[in-house]
Design a protein around this ligand. Sequence first.
Ligand SMILES: CC(C)(COP(=O)(O)OP(=O)(O)OC[C@H]1O[C@@H](n2cnc3c(N)ncnc32)[C@H](O)[C@@H]1OP(=O)(O)O)[C@@H](O)C(=O)NCCC(=O)NCCS
Length: 174
Amino acid sequence: MPEQDATEYSIRFARYSDLKRVTDIMESMEEQIDDTSIFVADDEYFIKSHIEREGFIVVAGHKKKIAAFLIVRFPRDSEDNLGRDIGLNEDDQWKVNHMESVIVVDEHRGNALMQKLIEYSEPIAKFMDYPIAMATVSPDNPYSLNNFLKMGYKEVLRKKKYDDVERIILRKDL
Ligand SMILES: CC(C)(COP(=O)(O)OP(=O)(O)OC[C@H]1O[C@@H](n2cnc3c(N)ncnc32)[C@H](O)[C@@H]1OP(=O)(O)O)[C@@H](O)C(=O)NCCC(=O)NCCS
C-alpha cells in the first residue's frame, strides 16, 4: 500500500455535505466485509442522527475526499449503552461515549488515521461531558484492537453482542 503524505490529511468535524460520502464508504465496507463478526455497519439514518444530535462524526479529509471517519455516539439511556454491560451506575452511564464506528478507506490504511481520529475526538467528548470512552471490537480484528490498546483503552469484558457475535468491550477514562 503506498504511503500517503500525512500532512495531506485534515482531521475535522463532518459537515452535512459529507453525509453521502460517509454513507457510501460505510456501504461499500459492508459489501467487502459481510462477516458481521468483524464489522457491523450503521445505516444512513443512524449516521444522519449523529451529525444532528446523538454524537458527532469526525473525518480525515484528503484532496476533497474522505479518507477515514469515526462516529462518536452518546448512548445516554439507550439499551445498548456499554456502561450497562459493565455494571456502571446510572449517573456514570450518562457519561459514556461510544467510539462507535471507524473506517479508513483501503488506500489510506497504514497512516495511523484511526488513532488521529480518536485523538481528535477524545477531548471533545470529554468537554461535552462524556468522559468515559467505550468501544467494542472483534477479537478477529487486530488492527482495530491494537490501535485502541495503544491509545490506553483497556479490555473490561468479553461477551457476545450484536446477534451473538463475540466482542471485546474496551474502556478509557478521558
Ligand atoms: C481498523 C482500521 C480503521 C485501522 O486503519 P489504520 O488507522 O489505517 O491502521 P494503522 O495505521 O494502525 O495500520 C497499521 C498497519 O496495519 C495495516 N492495516 C491496517 N488495517 C488493515 C486491514 N484491515 N487489513 C490489512 N492490513 C491493515 C496497515 O497497512 C499498517 O501496515 P504497515 O505498518 O505495514 O504500514 C482499518 O483497518 C479499517 O478501516 N478496517 C475496516 C473497518 C473496521 O474494522 N473498523 C473497526 C471496527 S468499527
